[in-house]
Design a protein around this ligand. Structure first.
Ligand code: GDD
Ligand code: MN
Length: 348
């Protein structure tokens, strides 16, 4: 059986046609159920869905308030009875006629993605700028997340996945790119893409604003390797270090050496806290104080390595100063990362 999960918010006008087209495209192929996850739409999509359940195999999950696309899909996953789960939008931009082909491909693949960006796929009504953002955001995902590198449409909202390869408890309900979550956090081995043409939106406008772009970038960082977060923390730490130095040196009038060592200490503590709460969240092996102490140790080792390499490169090979220093910084960073990760946080 296949469970088709459809999140809805104000989709009353599309529901009947959608259910009719789903029914006529897969009735003869497979048992199915449609799970509508509605967030109490003001246009009362939910009651229409309930009344249509006399005609079609529909179940309705009614949630009290608008809580986002990904969390609606995850609630649908939890309620689903089928061994194949399909996610589809209600506004007919995802053509139900593609389902038979997707189901066929699911015999050999764990995830089947309906794709706008493989040969044969397309988007109908987008201008240059919108296309650029869409393609750029996918390129960024492929750059930052090794697991999705071979996939052309990592942002698709239309896909099919075998229920037994999902780790439901791992999926992050925030955000709106549920496919990325599924790709990174499930145990699927084989993935394929089926081309389709992303249709014209019937009404309303895209949610894509600056806020969505920012939240997408944070989501990518969240899914990428901890190395990137560690580097971001390092960059923030450098800023904290310089600001602290300035404050201690000028408004407070401290001697340079004392201000410098204090600023370094402040930035080390800052980095430790950020790495503990963010980069390696929940992965610390020891108590807080002990770990903070070991963190000082790994940091000083990294700094020593940085200094040694930088001066050796410069003195022995005659490499230019800035380049030597840069090579030192990168090496020190890698050593810091590797040691911190192994000694203080999860260790694998
Ligand atoms: N329950 C619930 N709660 N449903 C929601 C919510 C919410 O907070 N927000 C949106 N929906 C429903 C809409 O009613 C629609 O059925 C579907 O989710 C997608 O919303 P759209 O507003 O139509 O999104 P889009 O067309 O910009 O983008 C969609 O297609 C893209 C390409 O496949 C999304 O699925 C994107 O994630 C996807 O990249
Ligand atoms: Mn849409």
């Amino acid at each position: 059986m296949i469970s088709i999960i459809i999140p809805t918010y104000n989709e009353r006008g599309n529901l009947e046609e959608l259910l009719r087209r789903i029914d006529s495209s897969i009735r003869r192929i497979s048992d199915y159920e449609v799970i509508i996850v509605d967030d109490n739409s003001p246009d009362d999509t939910a009651s229409l869905a309930i009344s249509l359940s006399k005609q079609f195999p529909v179940r309705v999950i009614l949630r009290s308030r608008k809580s986002g696309l990904s969390s609606a899909v995850i609630d649908g996953f939890r309620a689903a009875k089928g061994e194949l789960l399909c996610v589809m939008d209600a506004d007919l931009q995802h053509p139900p006629e593609l389902l038979p082909e997707m189901i066929r491909r699911a015999r050999e693949h764990d995830i089947v993605i309906a794709s706008r960006y493989v040969r044969g796929g397309s988007v109908e009504d987008w201008g240059f700028f919108r296309k650029l953002i869409s393609k750029g955001s996918i390129a960024l995902a492929r750059l930052l997340i090794p697991r999705v590198r071979g996939i052309m449409d990592t942002s698709s909202g239309y896909f099919l996945v075998r229920k037994d390869c999902l780790n439901l408890d791992e999926l992050n309900p925030r955000g709106f790119k549920i496919l990325l979550e599924v790709l990174v956090k499930s145990n699927c081995k084989s993935i394929c893409e089926v081309p389709y043409s992303f249709g014209l939106r019937k009404s309303g406008e895209s949610k894509l604003g600056l806020k969505a772009i920012l939240s997408y970038c944070l989501h990518l960082i969240e899914l990428s390797s901890p190395l990137l977060k560690f580097a971001i923390v390092g960059a923030i730490g450098t800023l904290v270090n310089l600001i602290a130095l300035w404050l201690l040196r000028y408004p407070l009038g401290m001697e340079h050496e004392l201000a410098s060592i204090s600023a370094i200490e402040i930035s080390v503590i800052n980095n430790f806290i950020l790495n503990d709460l963010w980069t390696f969240r929940g992965k610390r092996k020891d108590g807080l104080l002990r770990s903070l102490l070991s963190y000082h140790f790994t940091n000083s080792l990294g700094i020593a390595a940085q200094f040694t390499l930088s001066s050796m490169l410069h003195r022995l090979t005659g490499l230019e100063s800035l380049l030597s220093q840069f090579a030192g910084i990168i090496t020190g960073f890698i050593i810091n990362y590797a040691l911190s990760k192994r000694l203080i946080w999860w260790g694998k």
